[in-house]
Ligand binder design. Structure first.
Ligand code: CUA
Length: 193
């Protein structure tokens, strides 16, 4: 890259490796790298300890071997907590989601819980900021308010094996005005294979 040797670095011209004399350009990149590492470490420390920002999954734990026998996971699906407030329990397993369909009236505030009995999966709802890693034994949790009528597919976005691409489902947000029955419908699919 550098054709002409710099002052005091004869070895460079002869093709030998420099041991102590580091090219200034390279030295600056090393300094920048170290500064960035210190910066990142500082940010992560402040975020984790001072601001309490934790990865999804710190919420709670469940024995991955007994997920299917543990309430509420034994009957995954949507539950209405109060008017317009829901909880959705979703199991991500190789290679499907249970349930595959969730229907809520527009404006619903849904707390989404996802866990996995087997592999590491992902849970992402298209066109929303719901995006979680799903780790066996951990419960990932996010809250989202569905303000727009429409269909919002959810997918596994962590590669989990040959059936990865078959892991998807849909959140259908229906018009609350015409959907009185929909609002009261308990979608509780359970095992649906
Ligand atoms: Cu589950 Cu990819």
């Amino acid at each position: 890259m550098t054709d002409s040797p710099q002052a005091g670095t004869e070895e460079f011209a002869s093709g030998e490796r420099l041991s102590m004399g580091i090219d200034p350009y390279e030295r600056n990149w090393m300094r920048l790298s170290v500064a960035m590492l210190i910066g990142f470490f500082t940010i992560v420390t402040i975020a984790g300890f001072a601001m309490g920002i934790q990865v999804p999954g710190a919420e709670s734990e469940v024995d991955p071997r007994n997920v299917m026998d543990t309430e509420p996971w034994a009957s995954p699906g949507l539950r209405e907590v109060s008017d317009g407030v829901y909880e959705a329990y979703i199991i991500a397993q190789a290679w499907s989601f249970s349930p595959r369909e969730i229907e809520v009236p527009v404006g619903s505030k849904v707390t989404i819980y996802v866990t996995s009995p087997d592999l590491q999966h992902g849970f992402k709802i298209t066109d929303t900021n719901v995006n979680m890693m799903v780790v066996p034994g951990q419960v990932s949790k996010l809250e989202f308010t569905f303000d727009t009528v429409g269909e919002f597919p959810y997918i596994c976005h962590e590669y989990c094996g040959k059936g990865h691409a078959t892991m998807f489902g849909t959140v259908t947000v229906v018009d609350a005005g015409g959907g009185e029955s929909a609002a009261g419908t308990e979608i509780n699919e359970g095992v649906d294979e």
